[in-house]
Design a protein around this ligand. Structure first.
Ligand code: NAP
Length: 266
């Protein structure tokens, strides 16, 4: 029980990496406040996580909703030891077709929401000497950036700097970013699968993808590691690993596997 009695808010806990992280944190003995827009999905996660989990509705594009989510965790647990920020969204569109509203909505969720949650959570995290983890993406390391996701890449590069800015002004809190590779979740599920398949082909041909996707539990494991470390883990970059060459070639992305997993996720 590496996180026994810790008080943790997980924003974006209704699916994917946030959900896997919330379950892993709860399994380590922490009290977990689950936050997202789809409360019925949070109820399912809560049933799986056990009696130490609670839930609160939160839309991170609404500053008051961020305030309410943090307050709910503080009230339920008597304080806050950690926050995990997972919400992220991306258009899959050539850069010239991206309108101002798409830029704004992507930045709202991926960047401004993170700033709002931090703003309300940090006073409590300072009181507890706590930690804050934000989900970035390995796409920030690509030069030039991976095509057709410009607002997403821009938002994640900005998020990395935002988190450093918080660290610079609030040294009593340990800030972490986790940049992870492609993992099959609900991310991008609204996008046309044919369009995504075409883009994935381009990404694979141009060397933007690692030979296979990762599992959400691999990210959750790093979340638990960072939260349980006695030090501040500043940045984690996580890419697929090949313990056995027979499992695949990291330089050749298996598009059929991607397609199959995406259909299963649906
Ligand atoms: N999957 C990948 O390949 C991958 C790779 C690198 C980085 N990441 C990053 O990892 C993070 C999690 O992605 P994921 O793959 O787990 O995606 P996901 O399955 O789509 O989960 C996103 C989560 O964020 C929540 N969310 C979205 N908009 C929200 C809003 N306005 N207010 C509150 N919650 C909101 C969603 O809940 P509701 O819809 O219920 O609100 C959901 O729980 C993202 O930041 C993403 O950029 C993912």
């Amino acid at each position: 029980m590496r996180l026994l009695d810790r008080r943790v808010l997980v924003v974006g806990a209704s699916s994917g990496l946030g959900r896997a992280s919330a379950l892993a944190i709860a399994a380590e003995g922490a009290n977990v406040m689950l936050a997202a827009r789809r409360v019925e999905r949070l109820d399912e996660v809560r049933a799986e996580a056990g009696k130490r989990a609670s839930r609160v509705a939160c839309d991170v594009r609404d500053e008051n909703s961020c305030r309410t989510a943090v307050a709910a965790a503080v009230e339920a647990f008597g304080g806050l030891d950690a926050v995990v920020y997972s919400p992220g969204t991306s258009p899959f569109t050539p850069i010239e077709d991206i309108d101002a509203e798409t830029w704004r909505s992507t930045l709202d969720t991926n960047l401004v929401g993170a700033a709002s949650i931090a703003r309300f959570a940090v006073p409590h995290l300072e009181a507890s000497g706590g930690k804050a983890i934000f989900f970035s993406s390995i796409v920030i390391d690509d030069r030039p950036p991976r095509p057709y996701q410009a607002p997403y890449v821009v938002s994640k590069v900005a998020l990395e700097t935002l988190v450093q800015a918080w660290q610079g002004e609030h040294r009593g809190v340990g800030f972490t970013t986790i940049a992870m590779g492609d993992t099959i979740t609900e991310f991008g599920i609204g996008a046309d699968p044919e369009v995504i398949a075409g883009y994935a082909q381009t990404w694979a041909e141009r060397g933007y993808m690692y030979g296979r996707t990762m599992e959400p539990e691999s990210v959750a494991e790093q979340v638990v590691n960072a939260l349980s470390s006695s030090e501040t883990v500043r940045r984690i970059a996580l890419t697929p690993h090949y313990p056995d060459p027979s499992e695949g070639n990291p330089d050749v992305f298996d598009l059929a596997e991607l397609d199959r997993k995406r259909r299963e996720a649906k």
